[in-house]
Design a protein around this ligand. Structure first.
Ligand code: CA
Length: 416
């Protein structure tokens, strides 16, 4: 059981490590997120756990004999097999090994603990299927107001169904991967043309991976859905608005989205997030029974977006109308088979009020109000060379900061 309330000894705010962890780190000993990294000359990504500015190399820990896994192979390539095995006990044991006073790693620590600065991060999971939702009422309302000003902003199904679409798994990339401006077909005054997108945008999102597969023909209640979640990452669902606007009717997002989706590389586990669940916003009308959860829990996660070092958005994930549990229960409700390593993204996270919208489309109100970057520059949509960085963290009062690291990418010009 992951449990979505409270936590255990690994979440104790008083825990300290014998490793030096900077006060402002996203990765205190209470976090211990999992990722895939390479360092030195080993070309095969291996599983690691972040603490402060260090990575604990799980292959080296296994080889030291201090903690044994069924095989070293399950720690290479992707996190899929490790999460199917179960990371709760692994994280608990690592918490013990890293706690101040523990000397069990001994001389093995030299090999097992490596500098984050010398490592390259890779995709944490091998992603089989990718779903993107549309679960922020504010975001859906903003888009309705922009594009259907004479109608009610929310379509009639929106408060009954967690709306989503199946995206493209092959173009999900880890933070740090450059994003090439896509070319595509868009509508213009003289009819359709093909060329580089002129309205390249971000979507600030939060995603979760699934840890296990399910049998075709089975569904999943909202409460059980949490037990299938491996952990949470930050997502940037890059969107070419001009391509999207011309292609999306009648079947929804397609090539305006599938050129790149970025994720943060460290998977913050459900175990680390246990203390940060709060009541989700009230739902009116009440959802159908298969989507009902009592209580319906949302993650209290703070988010911000920077362009070229300037913060353009600060918002909160807990304001989303549809919760992660409801999203996964909805996907499984028709009996589809879920796979280990599926990625489910929340949809653009937009809060209410200025500066709390999670896309440039909304922040610039469809390009009509340029965003002042405060350094003599403005933006409506992204320019080549722009670097977008998403950050996120959970924190109670002055407790440990359970951070997600960065989801960052730079835009490079369209290809020939
Ligand atoms: Ca999206």
């Amino acid at each position: 059981m992951n449990g979505i309330a409270g936590g255990d000894a690994t979440n104790d705010p008083a825990l300290r490590s014998w490793l030096t962890v900077p006060e402002t780190s996203d990765f205190p000993i209470q976090n211990l997120p999992f990722g895939m990294f390479t360092s030195h000359d080993d070309p095969v990504p291996r599983a690691g756990v972040a603490i402060g500015d260090h990575i604990v190399d799980l292959v080296a820990v296994h080889e030291s004999g201090v903690m044994r896994f069924p095989s070293a192979d399950m720690l290479r390539g992707s996190l899929n097999e490790l999460f199917e095995f179960g990371v709760g006990p692994v994280r608990k044991r690592l918490s013990e090994l890293l706690t101040a006073g523990n000397k069990e790693l001994g001389r093995a620590a030299n090999r097992a603990i490596t500098s984050m600065a010398g490592a390259r991060m890779h995709m944490p999971f091998s992603v089989g299927d990718y779903v993107d939702f549309y679960s922020s009422e504010q975001h859906a309302t903003n888009l309705g107001r922009m594009f259907r000003p004479d109608d009610p902003p929310l379509l009639p199904n929106w408060k009954h169904i967690p709306i989503g679409y199946h995206g493209r798994a092959s173009t999900i990339v880890p933070s740090g991967t450059e994003v090439r401006r896509p070319s595509g077909q868009r509508w213009g005054p003289d009819g359709p043309t093909f060329g580089p997108s002129a309205r390249l945008d971000i979507e600030l999102e939060v995603g979760f991976f699934t840890s296990r597969s399910t049998e075709l023909g089975t569904s999943l209640p909202v409460d059980a859905a949490h037990d299938l979640m491996a952990g949470v990452v930050l997502v940037n669902d890059w969107s070419a608005r001009d391509i999207q606007a011309w292609e999306y009717q009648p079947l929804g997002p397609f090539l305006g989205k599938s050129f790149a989706t970025s994720v943060s590389p460290w998977v913050v586990t459900m175990e680390a997030l246990a203390p940060f669940w709060v009541d989700a916003p009230a739902q009116d009308p009440p959802p159908l029974p298969y989507l009902a959860a009592e209580p319906n829990r949302a993650l209290d996660l703070h988010l911000e977006v920077e362009i070229n070092g300037v913060v353009i958005c600060r918002t909160d994930f807990k304001e989303m109308y549809w919760t992660m549990g409801q999203q996964l229960a909805h996907v499984a409700s028709n009996g589809t088979a879920l796979r280990s390593g599926d990625l489910y993204a929340s949809g653009t996270v937009s809060g209410s009020g200025p500066g709390r919208f999670g896309s440039l489309l909304e922040l610039s109100w469809n390009g009509s109000q340029p965003i002042d970057l405060g350094n003599g520059e403005t933006r409506t949509f992204l320019e080549d060379g722009d670097t977008v960085t998403i950050r996120g963290w959970c924190q109670l009062d002055h407790g440990p900061r359970i951070g997600f690291g960065e989801c960052t990418s730079t835009i490079v010009p369209a290809g020939e």
